[in-house]
Design a protein around this ligand. Structure first.
Ligand code: HEM
Length: 168
């Protein structure tokens, strides 16, 4: 048992093994995935909180969504809004889940980029989501974990942004 625990610790705390595609180390992946676990238990609930926080921080972002005409105060009770929050969070969940499989991760991210390209979303919107997530996580995560999230989101949304920047 002791041996198993030290093997687990060895593989989850390595800081010298950056993935060739994502540059994330085992330690960074471990920090991001383990801090996502409590959020995973209520993806839609956290998604609603996150998107409401996004619109508070960047009110112009609401204009890029299908519920642009709904007053901010009514969003929290709208199932249409909840459904979108759920979509976003399940997509984030599949990103976090595939951090250890760089090739799968890039394919998921390019697909998200292509789908949002169709909706004429600009990269700045994804950077706003990143800033919102980091600020939201501040109350639940320590500095090392936040730094790992910052790096993971930078890498992930960088792939999305590249797709969004494509001409067609
Ligand atoms: C501010 C940034 C974002 C904007 C403006 C945006 C906008 C949109 C729009 C307009 C749609 C189409 C909705 C519809 O037709 O009903 C959509 C769908 C969707 N969004 Fe976003 N989105 C943003 C961020 C994200 C993020 C960060 C994720 C997850 C990583 C995400 C995941 C999805 C998914 C999974 C769908 C539904 C399926 C699809 O079209 O891929 N979105 N988004």
């Amino acid at each position: 048992m002791g041996q198993l625990i030290s093997l687990y610790k060895y593989y989850t705390t390595r800081t010298d093994d950056p993935d060739p595609l994502t540059t994330l180390t085992s330690r960074e992946v471990f920090l991001v995935q383990s801090s996502w676990d409590p959020i995973k238990k209520d993806l839609t609930g956290y998604g609603v909180q996150l998107l409401l926080f996004l619109f508070k921080k960047y009110p112009e972002e609401q204009q890029n969504f299908p519920f642009r005409d709904m007053p901010f105060e009514e969003l929290g009770a709208s199932k249409k809004f909840h459904a979108h929050c759920s979509n976003v969070m399940y997509a984030v969940d599949s990103i976090i889940d595939s951090l250890k499989d760089g090739e799968l991760l890039v394919n998921i991210l390019e697909k998200i980029g292509r789908n949002h390209h169709r909706n004429t979303v600009k990269p700045i919107s994804f950077w706003h989501v990143k800033e919102t997530m980091l600020e939201f996580f501040k109350k639940m995560m320590n500095d090392e974990t936040l730094k790992a999230w910052d790096k993971a989101l930078q890498v992930a949304f960088g792939v999305v942004a590249k797709e969004l920047d494509k001409k067609n």
